[in-house]
Design a binder for this molecule. Structure first.
Ligand SMILES: Cc1cc2nc3c(=O)[nH]c(=O)nc-3n(C[C@H](O)[C@H](O)[C@H](O)COP(=O)(O)O)c2cc1C
Length: 194
């Protein structure tokens, strides 16, 4: 299912539609509750992400708009994120189990949790939900609000929900939403390409 605002990436080689069409919006519809079936599928996609030794080190805090949990996550967001992200139907805190119960480092925990987050966003987009990941949050505020064990590291917060109306958006937000999508070339990321 595609969203109304088309932000398809201008790719140099063919990629899956869902990957090209996913983008990070700041325009959420504050009047629409999260689509529970779509959210469930996005969490299921995260569940099936690969991980080192199949440890599945990811954990999630699901905060639906209108709940005290949501207030707690919003309070931990930094700067401009606090202006747009609360309109999303849900905020998902992605955590990584970076340490075992025996105090040993889980080397791939951050990497694996990032993969789970990527699975989540791609599936969410395919389900018709918009997403936007944020690193701009105060981890200690999340720790305090949700009594998070030191073994777990908050990695990112994903805003997820129905896309808002671009025509009703305030001008600054509108311009950000319509700005060209850019990447360096694929070749520039290849340190060696023998
Ligand atoms: C780990 C991570 C942290 C990010 N942190 C923020 C953030 O705090 N605030 C924000 O507005 N966007 C944030 N972004 C969104 C990126 O700016 C965005 O993904 C990037 O510009 C590429 O745009 P696209 O996702 O639309 O392709 C973050 C993305 C990731 C993956």
């Amino acid at each position: 299912m595609s969203l109304v605002l088309d932000r398809t990436a201008p790719t140099d080689a063919p990629i899956l539609d869902v990957l090209a069409e996913r983008w990070s919006t700041r325009l959420f519809d504050a009047g629409t509750p999260i689509d529970e079936d779509a959210l469930r599928s996005a969490l299921e996609a995260a569940r099936w992400a690969p991980s080192g030794m199949n440890f599945q080190p990811w954990r999630f805090i699901v905060a639906r708009r209108g709940t005290a949990t949501h207030d707690g996550v919003v309070n931990a967001l930094m700067g401009f994120n606090q202006a747009w992200a609360p309109a999303a139907g849900a905020l998902i805190v992605v955590l990584a189990e970076t340490e075992t119960e025996d105090g040993e480092a889980r080397t791939w925990a951050l990497y694996d949790s990032g993969q789970a987050a990527a699975h989540f966003t791609v599936q969410a987009h395919a389900e018709g939900l918009a997403t936007h990941q944020m690193g701009g949050f105060v981890a200690d505020d999340l720790r305090a609000a949700f009594d998070i064990d030191a073994r777990f590291t908050p990695v990112t917060v994903i805003a997820v929900g129905a896309l808002g109306d671009i025509d009703a958006a305030e001008e600054g937000l509108r311009q950000r939403e319509l700005a060209p999508r850019e990447r360096r070339t694929a070749a520039e990321s290849l340190l060696v390409d023998d």
